[in-house]
Ligand binder design. Structure first.
Ligand SMILES: [Fe+2]
Length: 184
């Protein structure tokens, strides 16, 4: 769980469109979520769901907007909200059927109150991975807490992540506002 650990190879689907920088982010998210799964001694199936959600969540993050819109079936809305729904749709078309994995990926950018732990873990790992430049100490602290207090740390991570989005002047998606209200 340190930022100097060598990153494991992350296997992306053949249709992934990611820059090298993005691939490094994905690898850090996978490393963190796998460490939590081990520390929490998760059943193998849930650990595999967390791992797969992490390695696929940004698989289309750098794909062209028209492709994302058509996969996601979303004509409107901000472009940065398309890659989760698009990747979930593409995975489903490939035969992926685990709803916790698909929901984790579909909503990872905005959050979702109906999530299983897979979605909550991905939301936290995406935000708490050590490569992000801001609030390093606070995020590293939260990352260490996850295996000890999963639910409490999820609430803290939502608060911190939404607060940082609001500080940047970003409008909250309805799903984000709903999640925020559920942890206040
Ligand atoms: Fe991500």
């Amino acid at each position: 769980m340190t930022d100097v650990a060598p990153l494991p190879p992350v296997v992306l689907p053949p249709w992934a469109v990611v820059t090298e920088r993005r691939a490094a982010h994905i690898a850090r998210v996978v490393t963190l979520i796998d460490a939590w799964a081990r520390a929490m001694a998760l059943p193998a199936a849930e650990g595999a769901a967390w791992h797969d959600a992490a390695r696929w969540h940004d698989a289309l993050r750098d794909a062209p907007e028209e492709i994302l819109r058509s996969l996601a079936g979303m004509d409107g809305g901000p472009p940065e909200l398309l890659h989760g729904p698009a990747a979930a749709a593409r995975l489903r078309a490939d035969g992926e059927s685990r709803s916790d994995v698909l929901d984790a990926i579909r909503w990872h950018t905005v959050g979702h109150i109906g999530w299983a732990r897979t979605g909550q873990a991905l939301y936290m790992a995406d935000f708490l991975e050590p490569g992000r430049p801001f609030a390093r100490e606070q995020r590293a602290y939260l990352a260490r807490q996850v295996p000890h207090d999963f639910d409490g740390t999820f609430r803290e991570a939502v608060r911190a992540r939404v607060a940082s989005a609001m500080n940047e002047g970003k409008a909250l998606a309805p799903e984000t506002a709903e999640l925020w209200n559920s942890v206040r």
